[in-house]
Design a protein around this ligand. Structure first.
Ligand code: XCC
Ligand code: SF4
Length: 633
């Protein structure tokens, strides 16, 4: 197959798609074909079905068709409302995930399934929130911290706590724009209210509401997700792993962990090491239990346990097509409903576990946090017992995998940086070395390349092209989500990739002993990135928007990504999108996102579906910001 025709960068994907065709199994590529051209109104964001008088689809091109909805809403209103609702949905998803982790922290106990793994981080957070710690049982502190965290969702008065962590100039901007986020649930509810029929019609106001809600995600729900996960499950440290479907094992029980919430997957990791489970594995004649992760659950368990990465979002169906998976265990988010019919074609069990994500045709075994390990064992047992049903003639495990280092938390990054600190002169444990090399221009800048895969592009091509181009030009890359897994599969998370970097970045990687593309975790962990950036700005005494740093979502698809992009721009960092969001029906809203928002936040969105020119624009903008920074310092 010629390279352009391939669906992804990986030849193995095309082999599996062919296997699907041979076996008469439908995949997302078949459904994409059946979909034909996407709806032009939906694509431009000008379809409104917010009230029962609609749906109203207005024509973005003047003179052709209806210019206004029945209530008089213009294309600008409709586009801005739809955008705001995407931000609300994304914020809800990340934040509700965090809420579950807060509950788990609240139930943590010394002899329970969930324990405090990072006491230091807990104490630091307790002190930040003025919770007494002296002479108290660590679990009392944990429960009080969890309660405060839970109150961040619905407190009736005041604003969120984490925005206090942002650099002072940033906080000032948020205050002036009146976008300092209040309680998390409140911001989501306010958007749903304001976008109800007959409320806000002004596009700029809708953007400001979106910004405030997105900040309730980035400096609220998502940040809680990261912090509390580190406290309960441990703050990650770098570890070696392998990535791509070649990590599946021919003679072991393969369990695919897919979704986002580590509360379940952490317990599956524990259950898979349980002597009872190991014994059962021997009884069924398997050589062991092989866990493999996908999407952000995959990121969570690889960063804390080195669990291998089976693949990214778009490979979920392909993983099943290997015929070698005993169970796909899912929690929430980014799970295709099509996994039910596809797993039916094999022996594979498709097990849903969350009441928030029940899927027709799946086996639902509800995960009970109160009896977490027991619950996890029930699920793992299902997988082990299913090994004997594997149909060898249907198995095809592609022999492709790459080495990767995953699991850099900010703490781990700073620890690496400490290697170059002369402790006679400078204190350890700061971002100074990073700020120094950025300031000096040894690194031209930094990019957070994050987000999903999207069938609108050749999978992973954009992620990898952009990453390669940036590192070759001395821009260090940090990555999360499926972008991180794409990087892992392409070998960019290994030290072997240092040779692909420019001279400056090469020198930094050698000295600090890191790969040029650094795995910072799951999508909620984008908050690690905004905190790292904020730490560098504070160190240099500037605002985030003065730094040569960018966020990039080359292949985004989820509403969560829209919320992330919005909080990143609201935090003063430019965001480059490789997929056009459904806003082009409103030239006013496009202008707000790609131009006017800069007057408010110091950053804006760039949109370009060609990864090569997108990368050029990133480099150009980084140099522009360097000039600005040099003038400021
Ligand atoms: Fe989902 Fe987080 Fe996107 Fe991957 S990157 S497709 S959101 S798993 Ni978040
Ligand atoms: Fe149509 Fe207005 Fe109702 Fe939307 S809110 S469906 S534009 S009448």
């Amino acid at each position: 197959m010629s390279e352009e025709k391939m669906v992804s960068l990986n030849t193995i994907d095309d082999q599996l798609i062919k296997k699907a065709a041979d076996e008469g199994i439908e995949t997302m590529w078949d459904r994409k074909k059946a979909m034909k051209a996407p709806c032009g109104f939906g694509e431009k964001g000008v379809c409104c079905r917010i009230c029962g008088m609609g749906p109203c689809r207005v024509s973005p091109v003047a003179g052709k068709g209806a210019q206004k909805g029945i209530c008089g809403a213009t294309a600008d209103t409709i586009v801005a409302r739809n955008f705001a609702r995407m931000v609300a949905a994304g914020t809800a998803s990340h934040s509700d995930h965090a809420r579950d982790i807060a509950h788990v922290l609240h139930m943590a106990s010394r002899d329970g399934n969930y324990q405090v793994q990072d006491e230091k981080k807990l104490i630091a957070l307790a002190q930040e929130w003025e919770v007494p710690t002296e002479g108290r049982d660590i679990y009392d502190v944990a429960h009080e911290v969890a309660e405060i965290a839970l109150n961040e969702f619905g407190k009736p008065f005041g604003t969120l706590r984490f925005p206090d962590r942002a650099p002072a100039p940033r906080r000032k901007i948020w205050e002036e724009l009146n976008i300092m986020p209040r309680a998390i649930d409140r911001e989501i509810a306010t958007i749903m209210h304001s976008t109800h029929m007959g409320c806000t019609s002004d596009a700029e106001s809708l953007l400001r509401l979106s910004m405030r809600t997105s900040l309730a995600n980035g400096w609220g729900g998502s940040m809680l997700g990261t912090e509390l996960s580190d406290i309960v499950f441990g703050t990650s440290t770098p570890r070696m792993t392998e990535a791509n479907l070649g990590v599946l094992e021919e003679k072991q029980v393969n369990i695919l962990l897919h979704g986002h919430d580590p509360c379940l997957s952490e317990m599956i990791v524990a259950a898979a090491q349980d002597p009872e489970m190991i014994k059962l594995t021997e009884e069924v004649g398997a050589e062991g239990i092989n866990l493999a992760g996908m999407c952000c659950t995959g990121n969570e368990v690889t960063m804390r346990h080195g669990v291998k990465i089976a693949g990214t979002f778009y490979q979920q169906e392909l993983a099943v097509l290997t015929g070698a998976i005993e169970a796909v265990i899912v929690d929430v988010q980014c799970i295709f409903p099509s996994l039910a019919p596809i797993t039916d074609c094999y022996h594979t069990k498709f097990i849903t576990t969350s009441p928030k994500a029940k899927i027709t045709g799946a086996t639902h075994i509800e995960f009970n946090e109160e009896k977490a390990l027991e619950s996890a064992k029930v699920i793992v047992r299902e997988a082990i017992e299913n090994y004997k049903n594997r149909k060898q003639d249907k198995v095809f495990i592609p022999q492709s995998k790459a080495q990767a280092i995953t699991g850099y938390s900010n703490e781990a990054v700073i620890k690496q940086l400490d290697r170059v600190v002369n402790s006679n002169i400078d204190p350890q444990g700061t971002v100074k070395p990073l700020a120094d090399v950025i300031k000096a221009g040894v690194l031209r800048g930094a990019a957070g390349i994050v987000g999903c895969n999207n069938i609108k592009t050749k999978h992973e091509y954009s992620h990898i092209e952009i990453m390669k181009k940036l590192i070759a030009n001395d821009v260090i890359v940090v990555t999360t989500g499926c972008a991180a897994q794409a990087a892992a599969k392409a070998g960019l998370l290994s030290k072997d990739a240092i040779k692909l970097a420019g001279k400056g970045l090469q020198a930094v990687c050698e000295l600090v002993d890191i790969p040029p593309v650094i795995h910072l975790g799951s999508c909620v962990d984008n908050t690690r990135i905004i905190r790292l950036v904020s730490a560098v700005s504070e160190h240099l005494g500037v605002d985030n928007s003065d730094l040569p740093v960018v966020g990039v979502a080359p292949e985004w698809m989820s509403e969560k990504a829209v919320a992330i992009g919005t909080y990143v721009v609201s935090s003063g960092i430019d965001v480059f999108l490789g997929i056009t969001p459904p806003v082009t029906g409103s030239p006013e809203f496009v202008d707000l996102l790609t131009n006017k928002i800069e007057d408010m936040t110091g950053a804006k969105f760039f949109i370009d579906e060609n990864p090569l020119t997108l990368a050029d624009k990133i480099l150009e903008r980084i140099e522009e910001k360097r000039t600005k920074l040099e003038a400021r310092l």
